[in-house]
Write a protein that binds this ligand. Structure first.
Ligand SMILES: Cc1ncc(COP(=O)(O)O)c(C=O)c1O
Length: 423
């Protein structure tokens, strides 16, 4: 008798615990912004997966960047990989007045040189010399790399490889040096490593001209547990290192030094903090203009999301039904109200997070499909066939290249389609 009571008690507790842990209904219909965007895409969109750029929101972010950098007397450099569409870059260049680009990929670099022949370009990473050779082979138009392109170097060996390239081309290359200001992603870690690179430049004045430093500091503003330092403290440390490299080069290699060298820093996570230091003169920002979810960080609080993936619902099939489990799947929709409706969308499995309507979720038991992705939600989402599921990309580089021409929005209306770079 005692044992039976114990079993019944345990079972009762189990059911109570299950009931207590039961997910609540997270579903809610579109907010007005997405309701209107859904209608616009249904009326004028291609009804396939698209990447939407809202220019009004982008303007807001860009104005924020320009206000910050102008007030600190720093040049703005547009990060091409994070905004990989020539028309998008052109739009940002015109609104910001910047003709400075940071490039990371040889095929894009060749496009840049052809489309923006009067821009000045700094490489954001050191490229293998073979890629640089291809750049010169494919170069078209008026762009003059001797004056307009700063290659980036991380080691003396790479500088020596490029000396051979310059000899072959009979030209001089602008050489900017990567310095490690705390991110630890390569470049000179100390004055001895910087010296080794400066020695190569000093020994080959006919082939290499020092054009500046690049000290990327993505660790400032993101990715570092607060106990290891606030963004302000990390930036202060980074700038002490930066100053040390500058002082060393200026005093030990005075013949290579000149006013106006590019002292590049930044990145989206730290750009706003650079307004408080007086050493750097050139700040790169790209992703912050679109604010994907990876950049939902404190230092970008003033920025708004400006890029969305939208894709139509193709099918709405009711409560979740898993293959092989069939009708017994009802336990899942009983348990979780967010599994009481099942949708299949046009494409999916992007590096992106559900945005609208609220409460949509992936079903790991069913699995991913890049062709027709499953999405579960509660009936409270109000989603129907032909409506759009909206996502925010997690990052902008590469994700922006996956949807063909960008859909450009102004005042809530589709006003254009802008092609993206083709690698
Ligand atoms: C050298 C360098 N500078 C700046 C950036 C900043 O780019 P974004 O503002 O798009 O994050 C990056 C991004 O990877 C980078 O590698």
């Amino acid at each position: 008798m005692k044992r039976r009571n114990f079993v019944l008690g345990a079972a009762g507790l189990g059911v109570a615990a299950l009931w207590w842990a039961k997910p609540s209904d997270h579903g809610a219909p579109y907010l007005p912004y997405f309701r209107a965007l859904n209608e616009e895409l249904k009326r004028n969109g291609p009804m396939e997966p698209v990447l939407v750029i809202d220019l009004d929101r982008l303007d807001q972010n860009l104005d924020q960047v320009m206000h910050t950098l102008n007030s600190a007397n720093k040049h703005y450099r547009i990060v091409e990989k994070s905004l990989p569409s020539p028309k998008l870059i052109d739009y940002i260049a015109k609104r910001s007045g910047s003709h400075r680009l940071m490039s990371f990929h040889q095929p894009f670099l060749n496009h840049d040189a052809e489309i923006f022949p009067h821009f000045e370009i700094l490489m954001g990473k050191p490229l293998p010399v073979q890629a640089a050779t291809r750049f010169y082979q494919d170069l078209k138009g008026e762009f003059n790399p001797t004056k307009q392109l700063q290659w980036l170097f991380d080691t003396p060996q790479r500088l020596l490889e490029y000396v051979e390239l310059a000899k072959g081309l009979g030209t001089t290359l602008l050489a900017s040096l990567e310095i490690d200001v705390g991110l630890h992603r390569g470049g000179a870690r100390n004055n001895a490593e910087l010296k080794a690179m400066l020695d190569v430049i000093a020994a080959h004045p006919q082939y290499l001209t020092l054009s500046g430093f690049m000290g990327y500091d993505a660790h400032v503003g993101m990715g570092v547990p607060p106990i290891l330092g606030s963004p302000q403290e990390l930036l202060a440390k980074a700038m002490v290192r930066y100053q040390g490299f500058v002082d060393f080069a200026r005093s030990e290699y005075a013949a290579l030094w000149r006013d106006g060298l590019t002292l590049n820093a930044g990145g989206s996570p730290s750009y706003a903090l650079h307004a408080g230091e007086a050493l750097s003169n050139d700040i790169s920002v790209g992703t912050a203009l679109l604010k994907p979810t990876h950049y939902d960080i404190e230092t970008l609080k003033a920025h708004v999301p400006a890029a969305f993936i939208a894709t139509p619902v193709l099918k709405k099939v009711g409560p979740i039904m898993l293959p092989a489990i069939d009708q017994r799947s009802r336990i899942f929709s009983w348990w979780d109200p967010n599994q009481r409706e099942t949708y299949f969308t046009y494409g999916g499995w992007w590096r992106a997070d559900y945005e609208s309507p609220k409460g949509l979720q992936f079903n790991a038991l069913f699995g991913h499909s890049a062709n027709q992705e499953i999405v579960n939600g509660s009936p409270a989402t109000g989603l129907s066939v032909g409506d759009q599921v909206f996502y925010r990309p997690q990052i902008s580089e590469s994700v922006l290249l996956e949807f063909g021409d960008l859909v450009i929005l102004r005042g809530g209306k589709i006003v254009d389609r802008w092609p993206v770079f083709v690698a």
